[in-house]
Design a protein around this ligand. Structure first.
Ligand code: PMP
Length: 453
């Protein structure tokens, strides 16, 4: 599933002729015909709509605002930067906030990652990574160009990122997709019940990488891209064995390991980057979302020295012919520097992860409810899978999920509905009382679902 399950709640009906905003991943007919939330302001973990109704932001907006909204420290940093220099290009010339941000990101990035190519969003980071790796091999005179990725992966909307993504619905009607993209299974299966079954399934999935490489021809495969923990794919957290196998396979076949940490980066899974947690040694890391705390569009593709060096030459013909006007905007870099400073301060991420762990344990109680099939999570990332009938485990349909969304929003709980799943990626600033509010609301709503189906 994708962002396309946009929730709408009875509020204000935008009139057709006078409504010009075309929403992303949204059925505009539903938005025009129904009544819709217009968010007017945000404060800490809360959003307020046009009627001043308050919502607990259990998704950190689109998981990009883990520090909450309206923080004066970040706003002032951006304000100061825009006063000083509102824009300057990075095409050959530089500006100070970009230089400082790149240094900061290189300093905190896992292992060999050291060179920071700034972008404006996650899709652009993934697109940059794909082009970077393809061109790296081209520079080396190699024929490697294929990209292997996972089913149910979400990597973004531009053509390369979309082709690497694994949601068939999102690709429908946009074809033909670019050539050279190959999928293998996501390391998750609803039928694996015990720990041993789960591990065996994950190992089989990891071994699919080897099989796919051999089937395609190792001399043609450039990279394997994965979200260490799939977010949109359903909070899928593989065990260490999975990561050890895919890492070894990539190294043995000279295939670049690209981690998409657009969602997992900056603390979502309990460590600054999920790559640290799973001992990954990526060749490129894609960043976005929380890198600026959601205060300015920003992203980055962070590469090793080895990749960067392949582009060094005294001729322009060897340069990385890629980039966009607003990538690394001075205001975005200032927001990034301020957000990273806060995120890496004290024990903010570890404390959030500890509260997340307690919340996940509590959420497990929901499995007693008739419609709850599975509850998963890590750090501050949670998924609840809903079913119609626990025995047959038939997933809840779109109509029932619409009711779930409406009930959550009516109760002031801002969640994300993806297919038959509730996703929550709360801000790191939530306190015990917020988790109580979320848990009791969800329990009440989910216990009522059998009446609606
Ligand atoms: N990769 C992942 C893992 C994501 O979750 C997303 C956004 N949901 C993207 C890439 C694309 O980022 P953006 O929407 O900023 O282009």
């Amino acid at each position: 599933m994708s962002l396309s399950e946009q929730q709408s709640v009875e509020q204000e009906a935008p009139a057709g002729e006078d409504y010009h905003l075309w929403h992303p991943f949204s059925q505009m007919q539903k938005i025009l015909g129904a009544q819709n939330i217009v968010v007017e302001r945000g404060e800490g973990p809360y959003l307020y709509d046009q009627n001043d109704k308050r919502y607990l932001n259990l998704t950190s907006c689109l998981w990009n605002a883990p520090l909450g909204l309206g923080r004066q420290d970040i706003i002032e940093a951006v304000h100061k930067q825009l006063n000083e220099l509102s824009f300057a290009a990075l095409f050959r010339t530089a500006h100070r906030p970009a230089i400082d941000l790149a240094r900061k990101v290189a300093e905190i990035a896992p292992k060999r990652l050291n060179r920071v190519f700034l972008t404006s969003n996650g899709s652009e980071s993934v697109e940059s990574a794909i082009k970077m790796v393809r061109q790296y091999f081209h520079r080396k005179g190699s024929g490697k160009y294929k990209v292997i990725s996972l089913e149910n992966a979400y990597h973004g909307v531009s053509y390369g990122a979309l082709a690497a993504s694994g949601f068939a619905d999102d690709q429908q009607g946009f074809g033909p997709m670019p050539a050279g993209f190959v999928k293998i299974a996501q390391p998750f299966n609803r039928d694996s019940q015990t720990e041993a079954e789960r591990e065996a399934f994950e190992i089989a999935c990891a071994e699919q990488l080897e099989k796919a490489i051999v089937a395609e021809g190792p001399e043609t495969v450039a990279m394997f891209i994965l979200e260490p923990v799939q977010g949109m794919g359903g909070a899928i957290v593989p065990g260490q064995a999975y990561f050890d196998i895919i890492s070894e396979t990539c190294k043995r076949h000279d295939i670049k390991l690209v981690v998409d940490e657009v969602t997992t980066g900056f603390g979502r899974t309990g460590t600054l980057f999920a790559s640290e947690r799973f001992n990954l040694d990526p060749d490129v890391m894609c960043l976005g979302k929380a890198i600026s705390g959601g205060y300015f569009p920003l992203g980055a593709a962070v590469a090793t020295d080895e990749i960067w060096e392949a582009f060094l030459s005294d001729t322009d013909a060897m340069r990385f012919n890629h980039g966009s006007t607003n990538a690394g905007h001075p205001g975005a870099c200032a927001a990034g520097l301020a957000a990273i400073d806060i995120l890496t301060r004290d024990n903010l991420i570890a404390d959030a992860a500890a509260r997340g762990e307690a919340f996940l344990e509590r959420l497990q109680e929901l499995k007693e409810l008739q419609v709850v099939d599975n509850v998963r999570g890590i750090g501050m990332l949670f998924a609840i899978d809903l079913v119609r009938d626990p025995a047959g485990r038939e997933q809840l349909d779109a109509e029932a999920m619409d009711m779930v969304a409406k009930a959550c929003f009516a109760r002031g709980l801002w969640v994300h509905i993806a297919g038959s799943r509730i996703l929550m990626l709360p801000p790191f600033i939530l306190e015990d009382s917020h988790f109580d509010e979320a848990f009791s609301g969800l329990k009440r709503i989910l216990s009522r679902v059998p009446n609606w189906i």
